[in-house]
Design a protein around this ligand. Sequence first.
Ligand code: ATP
Ligand code: RIB
Length: 305
Amino acid sequence: MYSKYHAAVVGSINMDLILKMKKVPDAGENVLGTSYGYANGGKGANQAVGLARLGAPTKLIGKVADDENGRKLLENLRKNNIDISGVSTKGTQTGLAAIILDNDGYNRIVVYEGANAEIDPDEASAHITDDLDLLLLQFETSEDVVIKCVNTAIKKGITTVVDCGPAKQFELEKMQGATIITPNESETKALTGIFPDTEETILDASKILMARSKAKYIILKLGSRGCSVWDGENLTLMPAYKSNVVDTTAAGDCFTAAMALEFLRSGDIISACDMGNKAGSISVSRMGADASMPTVSDILNFNKN
Ligand code: ATP
Ligand code: RIB
């Protein structure tokens, strides 16, 4: 379904330490965890795995260190058939994310950027080649890397999708004309000052994002409320599919990867977001970050439910 689309991701690669607990601690409080484990993560790596599981030949551009976590993460990327020729191993320490997960599957994440913050903008952009159909980026690398790579891809006419996680202020004016800008709720608040909790605030925030970035589409990821699409004329709200939530980590990464590929295939932003909602719903019903990414057959079976 997606095997003819050549995709690349510029982004972070992290080892995730996942600690589960009944209730997350307040400031100054100690709580007991119920279990912990390590998982492959990082927004860039998750999105690359999301694309590859859906069948797209995928290249990841990023950085790790030549340390134990870096080696394990690269091995996992290879197993997922991801081209890692654009991943440098010269970082000082591989990125780490400490994820605390409550009983309802909702997370809080602290990221140590490590090597992800050491990616060189020129080295990264040199891997954005003319044969690519799609480039995905997030904000878990430096602003210079994102800006340089987005502008390189736009100049080459590559469909460019910017996932705005994690939440931070960012000079969207420095990358004009991406295909899709897609923040979640807290990222929307960080970029616009508006929390998108009503139709009116969703529209106001989407208009600001479009005015600042000149992107073709603004897609807000709204967690259990699904997503919204603004094309400059119409706002479409698309409710989420019901799901048995186990772990919301990387739901946004999963949504972005599936939505972007379906947009390439169909050229239809609404059917792209429907695919994103399906993939996101599957992702939250599974534990882990990259481990929760669905295949095409998972999504086709999901259709039958
Ligand atoms: P993360 O930062 O954890 O990767 P995110 O905050 O970027 O995720 P969300 O908006 O939470 O992204 O979720 C992305 C998509 O996943 C939503 O747009 C929706 O399609 C789906 N989704 C998220 N939470 C739920 C839920 N509780 N039930 C069904 N679908 C969900
Ligand atoms: O989007 C989820 C990811 O955010 C996790 O895998 C973690 O590594 C953080 O980067």
